[in-house]
Write a protein that binds this ligand. Structure first.
Ligand code: PBG
Length: 329
């Protein structure tokens, strides 16, 4: 007898393919990363991230309105800190009138319902380009955690809905949670970059913020003593579970595409929402290949985003968010 199953029946035309489709992207899946700079009327394209910009606060207002009108309701803010304000203690990170704090207020002012998340880490503020305080060739853990907790309160005060610690210091989630509670910010959420790998895919982001580790004697050139080893899978579960136990509301895997096995693993293990960060290098690779005419930009972009969601992401932080939503029509 002829095979009982003919799997191609479910692929005959668009109507049936749509009917049986298992994974569907919507605008509410996305978290939009935004880079802010000092000045007015500044919209600078990032060299290694074509079509992506650093925005001054007046442009940020426009951008946020546009995102909201497109159905994109969550942003993740990063500040490019002027060189002369960087030091080894992250002093500027606590300035109530700092660029990040003003950016938070700007977004909340033009669009109070927009969900505002903020990157909490020292690197944009560090003269060494590290996510922690540097001493004797080491990145100090506990001293850095203290700063991160204060930084989180400063963002919450300015109006952030969620803080997103991206530093990978040990014990920071507990310390941030306790400090937020002590200061009365019970409703400020924590999205922890819980399984964040020491990845070479962050290069263009470090160009965007001018935040790469510096080339100096006695300063580590990479972040391998705090970010995870890309060879490790079980460790991702340990890290993520620890962050949940310490009070994280949302956990994250970063980067995206090369780590989808980790995403699935974590989605199966934990009950809280899982975010995935499709990082700057992933964006840059596709832009470059498309520019050369070697890949179909839109088709590959959608395939990658679907793959991230299919792997188990509930939230996708992506520089492609606007392009993807436009295509969804
Ligand atoms: C800061 C931070 C980084 C990214 C997000 N937050 C860079 C790093 O850890 O070196 C990378 C994002 C991207 O590459 O798109 N700690």
């Amino acid at each position: 007898m002829y095979p009982l199953r003919r799997n191609r029946r479910l692929r005959t035309n668009d109507a049936i393919r749509h009917l049986v489709r298992e994974t569907i992207l919507t605008p509410s899946d996305f978290l939009v990363p935004l880079f802010v700079v000092e000045g007015t009327n500044v919209k600078e394209e990032i060299a290694s991230m074509p079509d992506y910009y650093r925005l001054s606060l007046d442009y940020l207002e426009k951008e946020v309105r546009e995102l909201w009108n497109m159905g994109l309701c969550a942003v993740l803010l990063f500040a490019k800190v002027p060189e002369h304000l960087k030091d080894n203690e992250g002093t500027e990170a606590l300035n109530p009138d700092g660029l990040m704090q003003r950016a938070i207020k700007t977004v909340k002012n033009v669009c109070p319902e927009m969900l505002v998340m903020t990157d909490v880490a020292m690197d944009p503020y560090s003269n060494f380009g590290h996510d922690g305080i540097v001493a004797n060739g080491q990145i100090l853990n506990d001293e850095t955690v203290e700063l991160l907790a204060e930084m989180s309160v400063s963002h919450a005060k300015a109006g952030a809905d969620f803080v997103a610690p991206s530093d990978m210091m040990d014990g920071r989630i507990l310390s941030i949670r306790e400090t937020l509670e002590e200061e009365g910010y019970f409703n400020t959420g924590i999205m922890s970059y819980s399984a964040k790998y020491a990845s070479a895919f962050y290069g263009p982001f470090r160009d965007a913020l001018d935040s790469a580790p510096v080339d100096l004697k006695n300063v580590p050139r990479d972040k391998k003593t705090y970010q995870m080893d890309s060879a490790n899978r079980f460790e991702a579960i340990t890290e993520t579970q620890a962050d949940i136990d310490e009070g994280a509301d949302i956990v994250m895997v970063k980067p995206g595409l090369c780590y989808l096995d980790i995403v699935r693993e974590i989605r199966n293990e934990v009950d809280c929402p899982v975010a995935v960060y499709q990082v700057s290098g992933e964006y840059a690779m596709l832009k470059a290949a498309a520019e050369k005419g070697w890949l179909d930009h839109d088709a590959v972009m959608m395939e990658q985003l679907i793959a991230i969601k299919r792997a188990g992401a509930n939230i996708i932080a992506s520089y492609f968010a606007k392009d993807a939503v436009r295509l969804m029509g």
